[in-house]
Design a protein around this ligand. Structure first.
Ligand code: HEC
Ligand code: HEC
Length: 363
């Protein structure tokens, strides 16, 4: 090896060593970023937000929501069909009338309704948001595909019309329009159209309401009252009475309790339904991706609302099979030994556990 060759060799070795050092530096940096983002996912969301402004993956959310895990919606999530797919002619007219009945129920069937006087003045849409198309807002996506269905409440196999009737009698605390006539048939046509792309048994993200994690303590109506005063009262009124529209025929803000609200046989009278609904939809404008309340606030405000007076419905014939009674059904008798109070406000974990034990033993 001559001098020149030696110099070349040394140069090459130095070059390779430098490159290796650079490369390992880059790898270490990458690992550091990865580890950091794993433990602090929100920082990645912020980066995503900035870099993808046209279709942000995550919407900016309130300060309290940052405290919980990122809430991501799958890209193949169910979406309501486009209005343009409503057929022409009589079939289309029925769907449109059904939609009007769901969104403006009071106008047609409320205390001053133009068709009949059957209901309390609320609209189906008050709880089935955006005409029953909103994620985690009690949407109707999977409804028609899952009926006829065995109802745990009545113990019978029910047609879809019967499930609609139940919301008339309980949520709208009223009477059912003749199920063979135009009104119920149109509501059915509308719901069939909404769910036209959903198959029987299909798993749907964002169906009904979110099942919030149970707390280890009972929900607290007194703390819930504070949430109500700060975050709900401005629209729903000091006494939860809601606010009528200028025409006095329907509500701009629906009542949360009192004689015009849902009765104690309604789905919303159960804490898991109400807390889950409130978490992702209230104050009005909140969504799954931008909730405005912590889970605890949602549980507590639900406890407060459902501890206020409302119409009573005789439910002696509901849930005859006690083992099928929902754990948050606030009226006994029960298959377990927990009190009505615990079934109403929780803690629900011990009840859930006991229920599992019971079904395991008997089956
Ligand atoms: C006060 C709130 C409220 C109002 C108003 C209301 N509902 Fe409901 N509805 C619920 C809740 C909560 C559930 C689900 C609860 C459950 O599973 O027990 C539900 C369930 C349903 C279902 C079953 C959905 C499924 O996928 O199984 C249908 C259909 C329905 N409602 C129709 C209506 C119609 C039609 C109206 C108006 C006439 C109406 N609801 C008014 C709260 C309401
Ligand atoms: C900015 C006004 C506004 C605020 C604030 C607000 N809501 Fe609502 N809320 C509405 C409107 C409007 C509806 C009916 C939605 C529709 O018909 O599309 C509604 C519907 C509801 C319903 C279902 C219908 C009923 O009357 O039972 C519940 C329950 C509810 N809100 C609870 C709450 C709670 C709890 C809070 C506070 C955490 C709250 N809302 C804050 C406007 C508001």
């Amino acid at each position: 090896m001559d001098k020149k060759q030696k110099r070349e060799l040394i140069k090459a070795v130095i070059f390779i060593t430098r490159s290796m050092m650079m490369l390992s530096l880059i790898i270490v940096a990458c690992i550091a970023i990865l580890v950091f983002s794993l433990f602090n996912p929100h920082s990645v969301q912020k980066v995503l937000l900035k870099s993808d402004l046209k279709s942000p993956v995550i919407h900016p959310v309130s300060a309290t929501a940052w405290a919980s895990a990122p809430r991501i919606i799958p890209s193949d999530v169910w979406k309501s069909p486009d209005e343009s797919t409503i057929p022409a002619g009589k079939a289309g007219d029925m769907i449109r009338y059904g939609k009007a009945l769901v969104t403006c129920t009071a106008k047609y069937l409320g205390p001053q309704g133009s068709v009949a006087h059957l209901t309390n003045g609320m609209n189906c849409q008050n709880c089935h948001l955006a005409g029953g198309t909103k994620l985690f807002g009690n949407n109707f996506a999977g409804f028609i595909a899952s009926y006829p269905k065995l109802s745990g409440r009545s113990g019978k196999v029910e047609p879809a019309s019967e499930r609609i009737a139940e919301c008339f009698e309980r949520s709208l605390s009223g009477k059912v329009p003749d199920t063979s006539k135009k009104e119920i048939q149109s509501i059915l046509a509308y719901m069939k159209w909404i769910g036209k792309d959903v198959k029987k048994g299909q798993k749907l993200f964002g169906n009904s309401t979110e099942k919030l994690a149970f707390m280890d303590k009972p929900a607290d109506p007194d703390k819930g009252k504070q949430v109500f005063t700060m975050k709900c009262q401005s629209c729903h009124g000091h006494n939860g009475e809601g606010m009528l529209a200028a025409d006095k025929k329907s509500y701009t803000y629906p009542p949360l309790w009192g004689k015009h609200s849902y009765n104690d046989g309604a789905g919303m009278y159960r804490m898991t339904n109400l807390a889950g609904f409130v978490k992702n939809n209230m104050p009005f404008g909140a969504t799954y991706q931008s909730p405005q309340l912590t889970n605890e606030e949602a549980w507590n405000v639900a406890a407060f609302i459902n501890s206020q007076p409302r119409p009573h419905r005789n439910q002696d014939n509901d849930w005859k099979d006690l083992k099928k009674k929902p754990i948050d059904f606030p009226f006994g008798p029960y298959a377990d030994a927990f009190s009505e109070k615990q079934h109403k406000y929780g803690p629900f974990k011990p009840i859930k556990y006991a229920q599992k034990e019971l079904t395991n033993k008997k089956s």
